[in-house]
Design a protein around this ligand. Structure first.
Ligand SMILES: [Zn+2]
Length: 382
């Protein structure tokens, strides 16, 4: 088929600009004749961990060795690469990672600013993996992924990663998916819980251009993340699902400007009377799964709540640089309802007027005695 259509080479412009030579790596698709070249000379960091083919060689015209004839053969002629495969000339298309990958975001998101922005994602399960990949698609360039769990088969129906990632650390699997979208992204991983990460790491990562996204399955992790947010003046957004993901809750705060998560909820339970008195956030861990008599949340319901959290995270990173899309309008504490069907929602369905409701009525007050607000901006003090 490639013979009818001819061969096509997609080549990173960075390889030509650097006049790089050496083995070519990437992906070959015989059905279309496309050679998708992703690196030359050395494997890119992503490909050291994932299967990737050796496609051929790019070399200087003057140093072509006899017998070098396998696969894709590239030579620089007058400083321009020329490719052949099986004796046929190949059509050459250049691509540039930043411009081409994010070209469809232009005019909507500030690509260059977001590439320098940072996201700390606490929890890389169904919520955190979606947050990570959508922020990567939006152009966020720096990620710190925190999760101590491994991907299991029962995660697949709600997680962004797949069968080839089962048995891996979730942080590693999500990192590789981020790099599939943006090879230039900087991704740090921590296969642990947020409470165990050292102070010097936070000092290097957290400031007002970092958003902390609380995606863990327990409120304590969000309380801890909120304190970090205050200490280092990094904006915070928490995304939490209720039972069966029939609804979810979003909370965002900007240290020094708004009440914080602790102001609103204290250490463990919230003090908003119409909300459940105990922590009912359930994504179901493996352990919980055995205890559950009802079905856990499905991906589309989790995704509906999570999407709003991602929009808030992008607003928090873009504030001062572009018009806010949600933050001028949405309350700090927002409940999102997927369904008011009593069979799914139980008694709690009374909270909502209708399915797909996004509340806009809940005000959060600043507490003068809040121990988290009191440490705002003091993270770098001894
Ligand atoms: Zn507070």
């Amino acid at each position: 088929m490639a013979k009818d259509r001819g061969y096509k080479v997609l080549l990173p412009v960075e390889i030509v600009n650097g006049r790089v030579t050496g083995p070519l790596y990437g992906y070959h698709h015989p059905e279309t004749g496309v050679f998708n070249v992703t690196s030359c000379g050395e494997l890119s960091p992503l490909e050291t961990g994932r299967p990737c083919a050796r496609l051929g060689t790019l070399s200087d015209a003057s140093s072509v060795a006899a017998g070098e004839g396998e696969g894709l053969i590239g030579r620089y002629i007058d400083n321009k690469p020329v490719f052949t495969c099986s004796g046929q000339d190949c059509e050459l298309h250049y691509y540039a990672l930043v411009q081409d990958v994010f070209s469809r975001n232009h005019g909507i998101l500030e690509t260059s600013a977001l590439l320098h922005a940072r996201a700390v994602i606490s929890g890389c399960g169904s919520v955190g993996s979606q947050v990570a990949l959508d922020l990567a698609r939006s152009g966020v360039g720096n990620f710190f992924l925190i999760d101590n769990d491994q991907l299991a088969y029962h995660n697949l129906c709600r997680h962004q990663c797949g069968i080839s990632d089962v048995g891996r650390l979730k942080v590693d699997a999500v990192r590789d998916r981020i790099l599939e979208i943006n090879r230039n992204a900087k991704v740090r991983v921590a296969p642990t819980i947020i409470e165990r990460i050292a102070k010097d790491v936070w000092e290097a990562w957290l400031d007002h251009d970092t958003v902390i996204v609380g995606c863990a399955d327990n409120r304590e992790a969000d309380v801890y993340a909120n304190r970090l947010s205050q200490l280092y003046m990094a904006p915070f957004v928490s995304i939490g699902l209720w039972e069966r993901a029939f609804a979810g809750e979003l909370f965002w705060s900007i240290p020094g400007e708004t009440p914080c998560y602790y102001c609103a909820f204290g250490a463990k339970t919230n003090n908003l009377s119409f909300r459940p008195s105990q922590n009912r956030r359930v994504y179901t861990t493996e352990e919980d799964l055995g205890k559950l008599t009802f079905e856990p949340g499905i991906a589309v319901d989790i995704g509906f709540v999570t999407n709003i959290g991602i929009k808030i995270a992008l607003d928090l990173l873009g504030r001062g640089r572009r018009p806010m899309r949600l933050l001028d309008d949405i309350k700090q504490f927002t409940l999102v309802c997927n369904t008011t069907n009593v069979q799914v929602a139980g008694d709690l369905q009374e909270i909502f007027d209708h399915a797909l409701q996004v509340t806009r009525s809940i005000d959060v007050e600043k507490h003068e005695e809040c121990p988290h607000c009191r440490v705002a901006g003091k993270g770098r003090e001894a």
